[in-house]
Design a protein around this ligand. Structure first.
Ligand SMILES: [Zn+2]
Length: 119
């Protein structure tokens, strides 16, 4: 997560929530397989998580994928279908802004980019 700079991502809350969920499921594996040494970085662990929880343990974690997951997760249970074109544009704009801010930070710019509402 640190390499992906998740702490500054536009979807840090959703990313952390999903990470906690994956970790909780990983911990539950010890209960399902007592006495077995499970390493999060080995294929059997990911396979076990996938089989037990119908979920992949290994995820991309890039800002774009996390933003898509956050939007899709937020829409679960809603009767309104996701407008995928609108979602893609919105995510692209959001992530681009956060990247611009990060680039400015790394260049030690005294002024960070500011969002401007377009009427
Ligand atoms: Zn990704």
């Amino acid at each position: 997560m640190e390499a992906d700079l998740q702490i500054r991502s536009p979807t840090v809350e959703g990313t952390l929530t999903r990470a906690i969920d994956r970790y909780s499921k990983f911990i539950k594996l010890f209960k399902f397989y007592p006495g077995t040494m499970i390493n999060a970085r080995t294929d059997p662990a990911w396979t076990s998580v996938w089989i037990r929880f119908a979920q992949d343990y290994q995820v991309c974690n890039c800002w774009d994928c996390e933003a898509v997951l956050s939007v899709v997760t937020a829409s679960l249970g809603s009767d309104t279908p996701i407008d995928t074109i609108q979602m893609a544009h919105s995510i692209q704009e959001e992530v681009a802004y956060y990247r611009a801010v990060e680039i400015a930070r790394r260049k030690n710019r005294s002024r960070l980019p500011v969002r401007v509402e377009v009427a």
